[in-house]
Design a protein around this ligand. Structure first.
Ligand SMILES: Cc1cc2nc3c(=O)[nH]c(=O)nc-3n(C[C@H](O)[C@H](O)[C@H](O)COP(=O)(O)OP(=O)(O)OC[C@H]3O[C@@H](n4cnc5c(N)ncnc54)[C@H](O)[C@@H]3O)c2cc1C
Ligand code: SF4
Ligand code: SF4
Length: 828
C-alpha cells in the first residue's frame, strides 16, 4: 500500500523535533518531503550566537546531518521556498518549480525579523539576525574590525552585540526602552546586565531612538533622535520578530497574529497543521523553543494517530547565551498590589534575586548573577505549589531548604560569630572582624557612626553595614540599639543621610544603581524612596542624571496641583509677584476659553486657575506660554515664589528696591529642585509687608543694606526666621542666597523643610560654611549656578511640545498592549 504523503514547509527546530517523535511512534507510516528556503539541513538556531562569537562552528550545531535524512527516507528540498498551496488539489509548489502532493501538510515557516523602516534601512551593511547567512555576513564585516551598531537591546540584540565584540568590533547597542531586555528583566536586573556589558567595553545607549541610518550606498553611521551620530560599518537590527504567515494567508487559512490553530495544532483546514513560531494558539504566539517542542510532541502524536494531549500555555524561562552573564527570568514579574515580592541583593557579588508571590504561589522570578535556583523556582511556579511555609526562607534557595529540613536552624548571628578574627569585613577599608569587635569593646562604642569613625568599617561603600551591625549586636548583646537613625523606608535599612552619602561616595548615578549597590530589599522601591532617590540623584549629578518622571508624585508628573474633584490648578509664574495687562488679558482669555470655574489670588502673590481638566492642561499652558508666562512650579518640591513689596518704587517707607531684588532672585533661582518647597520674600523695610521673616529665606531691606534671614515657617508649624547677617549689596544677597539653597539641596533629606534641616545640621554649621568661609560659600554658589544650567527649562512648554503626552490623555484612550508572555520580542 502506498504510504501517506506528509509534506512539511520549513525545516526549522520545531518540525525537526516533531519528526523525531513521529519516527519513534509511527516509523514508516509517512513518505516525508521537506521544503526549506534555507539551503541547508536542520540546525540548532539557538546556538547561532556561539557561532557568531567564534566559540562554535556550524558543524557543531547541526541537528540532523545528511545521513539522518537518508536513514529516515526523507526528501529534503534545500533552497526551495514554497510559494503556493493548492488546497483543492492538495499540492504545494516551490519557487524553483517543484510540486509535491500531500495527504497531510505541516506549515512550519517560523518567523521573520522585523526591520524598522527608518530612512537608510535598505543600505548595504544593514543586517538582521535570524539564520546562518546573517551570521556569516556579520563575520565578514567583523573581519575588518570597525564599528557595529546593534539596534535593539533584547535577547537577540545583546547576543549579537556580545558576539561582535568578541570578534573585535567596537559595538554600540541602541535601545528604545530605559533598561535592557525589559520584557524579560526588571529594572534591577537590567541595570546589572548593562553594567556587565559596559564593563566589557560595549557601549549601551538606553532610551535612544534611531532617526536614520546614514550612507550613500552602504552604511556609514546611525543618527539618533537627539541628533547624536554614531559611526557604523554595519548595523544589526534586532528589534523583534513576526510570524511568517504570508503563505498560509494566501492559501485562505485563518490567520491573525500567527496561523490560527486549535490545541491539536490543526489549522482551519483539517488536512493542514502548523507548528513553531508561525503558529497562534489561544491568541498567543511563541518565540522560544520550549513551547515549540511541546507542540512537536502533540503534532507527532496527532500525525501518528494516537490519542493526544492538548497544547496548553506554559511560562518559559529566559536565559541569555553570553559567556559569563548569568540571568534567568520566568513568569510574571510586573509590580502590583495583589502580589508581594521577596528580594535579595548582594552588591559585593553583583547578584540579585527576586521572587514574586501571589496567593501563596510563585508567579515569577528574576535572577541575576546567581541563577542556581532558577529551575527550582520555575518548578514551584509550574506546579503551582503553595509556598506559605517556605516564605521566610524562599529567597535563600533550595539548598537552604534542605539544611532546614534536615533539622538545621537559621541564625543570622551564628554566621557572623563563626567568622575568624582576621576575616575581612569591610573590603573598601580593609578592616577585619577582630579590629571591629576590639574597638567596640576597648573604646566602648555603641553607635554605628562611632564604629565608622574609629575603624572606618562601613564608612565607604556601605555594603558591609549589615555585617558591622551584626558584629555590634554580637559584641554588645542587648545594649545594642540598631534602631537609630530610622531607615528611609521599608525597602532599605539605610537612613536618608547614609543614602545621600553613599550616592556621592560610590558615584551612583541611577535609581537601579542605588538599589543594587545599596542592597535595597525590594525590586523597584516604593512611593517613599523613589521620589527621594530621584531628587538626590538630580541634585548630586546635574547634567548627568536623567530625571525619572515616573518616580515623581502626580503633581510633579503633570506639572499642576490635583484638586479634591480630580481637576487641576494652574499657577503661572509672576516674577516677584509682578504682572501686567498683557498677562492678565491672556489669563482672562484662558479662563473663558477653557471654562475655568475659579480664579484665586494666592498668599504668595500669584493667580491660581482652579478646576482645569487634565486633558485641557496642555492647551492652557500653550496659551499662557504664548503670552510669555511659564510654570510657577506651585506643585513642586522646588522654588515656589518670591513675594515682594513695592519698596522704593512706590512706598514712602522703602529703603531699597525690594521688587527689583525679588524679581532678580526669582529669575536666578527658579527651576531648581529642592528637598521640599522653598518660599522667599523681600520686604522693602522692617515694616515687613512681604512677611519675609516667616519664609524659608527672607530678606528685609534696611537703610544700610539687606538683612538676610532663613529657616522660617508659616504652615502647620509657625516659626520666625533666624537672622543670618546683614550685607551691603544685592550681589552679596544673591551669592549667599544661592549658596544657602545649594547647601540645603546637598544636605537636606527629601521632604525636610529648610527650618528642619537647619535644626538638624545646626545653625553654627550653616553659619560656618555660608558666612565664615568665603571659599566654601563660593563653591556652593558655583555648584548652584552649574546645576541651574540643566533645570531652567519651562516644563509647560516641554509638555506642550509633546513630552510625556501619555500623562494627559483621558484614561479611556490608553490602548492596551497585547503581547505573548514568552515570545522573543515580537515586533511592536
Ligand atoms: C540568534 C538566535 C538565538 C536564539 N536563542 C534562543 C534561546 O536562547 N532560547 C530559545 O528558546 N529560543 C531562542 N531562539 C529562538 C528559536 O531559535 C526559535 O524559536 C526556533 O528556532 C523557531 O523554530 P521554528 O521551527 O518555528 O522556525 P525556524 O527555526 O525559524 O525555521 C523556519 C524555517 O522555515 C523556512 N521557511 C520559511 N518560509 C518558507 C517557505 N515558504 N518555504 C520553505 N521554507 C520556508 C525558513 O527559511 C526557516 O529555515 C533564538 C533565535 C535566534 C535567531
Ligand atoms: S515693607 Fe516697608 S517698603 Fe515695603 S511696602 Fe511695607 S512699608 Fe513699604
Ligand atoms: S491651607 Fe489647607 S485647604 Fe487651604 S489651600 Fe492650603 S492645604 Fe488646601
Amino acid at each position: 500500500m502506498a504510504l501517506e504523503k506528509l509534506v512539511i514547509v520549513g525545516n526549522g527546530m520545531a518540525p525537526g523535533r516533531m519528526l523525531e517523535h513521529l519516527f519513534e511512534q509511527a516509523p514508516g507510516r509517512y513518505d516525508v518531503t521537506i521544503f526549506n528556503a534555507e539551503p541547508r539541513v536542520n540546525y540548532d538556531r539557538i546556538m547561532l550566537s556561539p557561532v557568531l562569537s567564534g566559540e562554535k562552528s556550524f558543524d557543531d550545531i547541526v541537528i540532523h546531518d545528511d545521513g539522518w535524512y537518508e536513514t529516515h527516507n526523507v526528501t529534503l528540498h534545500r533552497g526551495a521556498r514554497v510559494t503556493g498551496i493548492d488546497r483543492a488539489a492538495k499540492t504545494v509548489t516551490s519557487a524553483n518549480g517543484i510540486t509535491a502532493p500531500y495527504d497531510r501538510l505541516v506549515i512550519a515557516t517560523g518567523s521573520s525579523p522585523f526591520i524598522i523602516p527608518v530612512p537608510g534601512h535598505q543600505l548595504e551593511g544593514v543586517l538582521a539576525y535570524r539564520d546562518l547567512d546573517d551570521v556569516e555576513a556579520m563575520q565578514r564585516y567583523a573581519s575588518f574590525r570597525g564599528n557595529a551598531v546593534v539596534i535593539g537591546g533584547g535577547l537577540l540584540g545583546l547576543e549579537a552585540a556580545a558576539g561582535l565584540h568578541m570578534q573585535g568590533m567596537k559595538v554600540t547597542v541602541i535601545h528604545l526602552m530605559p533598561t535592557l531586555m525589559e520584557r524579560q528583566l526588571d529594572t534591577a536586573a537590567g541595570y546589572l546586565l548593562q553594567k556587565e556589558l559596559e564593563g566589557r567595553g560595549i557601549d549601551i545607549r538606553c532610551g535612544a531612538n534611531t532617526r536614520a541610518i546614514l550612507g550613500e550606498d552602504r552604511v556609514i553611521a546611525v543618527e539618533l533622535d537627539d541628533g547624536t551620530v554614531i559611526d557604523a560599518d554595519m548595523v544589526v537590527m534586532a528589534v523583534g520578530i513576526r510570524p511568517s504567515t504570508a503563505l498560509a494567508r494566501e492559501a485562505g487559512l485563518e490567520v491573525s497574529r500567527g496561523i490560527v490553530c486549535d490545541a491539536q495544532l490543526r489549522t482551519s483546514d483539517p488536512a493542514i497543521s502548523a507548528i513553531g513560531e508561525c503558529v497562534e494558539v489561544d491568541g498567543r504566539v511563541y518565540g522560544l523553543v520550549a513551547p515549540l517542542y511541546t507542540m512537536a510532541k502533540i503534532l507527532a502524536a496527532d500525525l501518528a494517530g494516537t490519542p493526544v494531549e492538548n497544547f496548553l500555555h506554559a511560562e518559559t524561562p529566559t536565559k541569555l547565551k553570553v559567556t559569563g552573564v548569568n540571568l534567568y527570568s520566568v513568569g510574571d514579574f510586573a509590580e502590583g498590589d495583589d502580589r508581594e515580592e521577596v528580594v535579595l541583593r548582594d552588591a559585593a557579588r553583583g547578584t540579585y534575586k527576586r521572587v514574586i508571590v501571589k496567593d501563596d504561589r510563585i508567579i515569577g522570578a528574576v535572577l541575576y548573577g546567581d541563577v542556581a535556583d532558577g529551575g527550582w523556582y520555575n518548578e514551584l511556579l509550574r506546579k503551582g505549589e503553595c509556598v506559605r511555609d517556605l516564605r521566610e526562607t524562599l529567597i535563600f534557595g533550595q539548598a537552604f531548604q534542605d539544611v532546614l529540613s534536615s533539622g538545621g536552624k537559621p541564625d543570622p548571628l551564628a554566621a557572623v560569630a563563626s567568622l575568624a578574627d582576621d576575616a575581612e569585613v569591610c573590603g573598601c577599608n580593609g578592616v577585619c572582624k577582630g579590629a571591629i569587635t576590639g574597638a567596640i569593646k576597648d573604646k566602648g562604642l555603641s553607635a554605628l557612626d562611632e564604629v565608622r569613625a574609629h575603624t572606618k568599617a562601613s564608612a565607604s561603600c556601605g555594603t558591609c553595614t549589615n555585617l558591622v551591625e551584626s558584629l555590634m549586636a554580637l559584641t554588645l548583646g542587648d545594649s545594642f540599639d540598631a534602631s537609630a537613625p530610622k531607615a528611609m523606608c521599608n525597602c532599605t535599612h539605610l537612613p536618608h543621610g547614609d543614602v545621600r552619602r553613599l550616592i556621592k561616595a560610590n558615584a551612583l548615578k541611577s535609581i537601579p544603581a542605588v538599589m543594587q549597590e545599596l542592597e535595597w530589599t525590594t525590586s523597584g522601591g516604593c512611593a517613599k524612596c523613589r521620589p527621594a532617590l530621584n531628587y538626590y540623584l538630580l541634585a548630586d549629578w546635574p547634567g548627568e542624571y536623567v530625571d525619572d518622571n515616573q518616580s515623581r508624585f502626580i503633581n510633579e508628573r503633570v506639572h499642576a496641583n490635583i484638586q479634591r474633584d480630580g481637576t487641576y490648578s494652574v499657577i503661572p509664574r509672576m516674577w516677584g509677584g509682578m504682572t501686567n495687562s498683557q498677562e492678565l488679558r491672556a489669563i482672562a482669555d484662558v479662563v473663558d476659553k477653557f471654562a475655568i470655574p475659579t480664579v484665586h489670588v494666592t498668599g504668595g502673590q500669584r493667580i491660581d486657575l482652579l478646576g482645569v481638566k487634565k486633558e485641557d492642561l496642555p492647551g492652557v499652558w500653550a496659551d499662557l506660554n504664548k503670552a510669555g508666562m511659564v510654570s510657577g512650579h506651585a506643585y513642586g518640591k522646588s522654588l515656589r515664589t518670591v513675594k515682594t513689596c513695592v519698596g522704593t518704587n512706590w512706598c514712602r517707607m522703602g529703603t531699597q528696591d525690594s521688587t527689583g531684588l525679588g524679581v532678580a532672585l526669582e529669575k536666578f533661582l527658579w527651576g531648581s529642585w529642592t528637598p521640599h518647597k522653598v518660599k522667599l520674600a523681600v520686604s522693602g523695610c522692617p515694616r515687613n509687608c512681604a512677611e519675609a521673616t516667616c519664609k524659608d529665606i527672607g530678606i528685609v531691606c534696611v537703610d544700610s543694606g539687606y538683612e538676610l534671614h532663613y529657616a522660617g515657617a508659616a504652615g502647620i508649624h509657625i516659626q520666625g526666621t533666624t537672622r543670618l547677617t546683614t550685607v551691603e549689596t544685592e550681589e552679596e544677597v544673591m551669592e549667599i542666597t544661592a549658596a544657602m539653597m545649594q547647601m540645603y539641596r546637598e544636605q537636606g533629606f527629601y521632604l525636610e523643610r529648610i527650618y528642619k534641616w537647619a535644626d538638624r545640621v545646626g545653625h553654627d554649621t550653616i553659619r560656618a560654611q555660608i558666612l565664615d568661609n568665603p571659599d566654601t560659600r563660593r563653591a556652593y554658589y558655583d555648584r548652584f549656578v552649574f546645576s541651574q544650567r540643566f533645570s531652567q527649562t519651562d516644563p509647560w512648554s516641554e509638555r506642550v511640545s509633546g513630552k510625556d503626552k501619555h500623562e494627559f490623555k483621558p484614561m479611556a484612550d490608553l490602548s492596551s498592549r497585547n503581547h505573548s508572555s514568552s515570545s522573543m520580542e515580537p515586533a511592536e
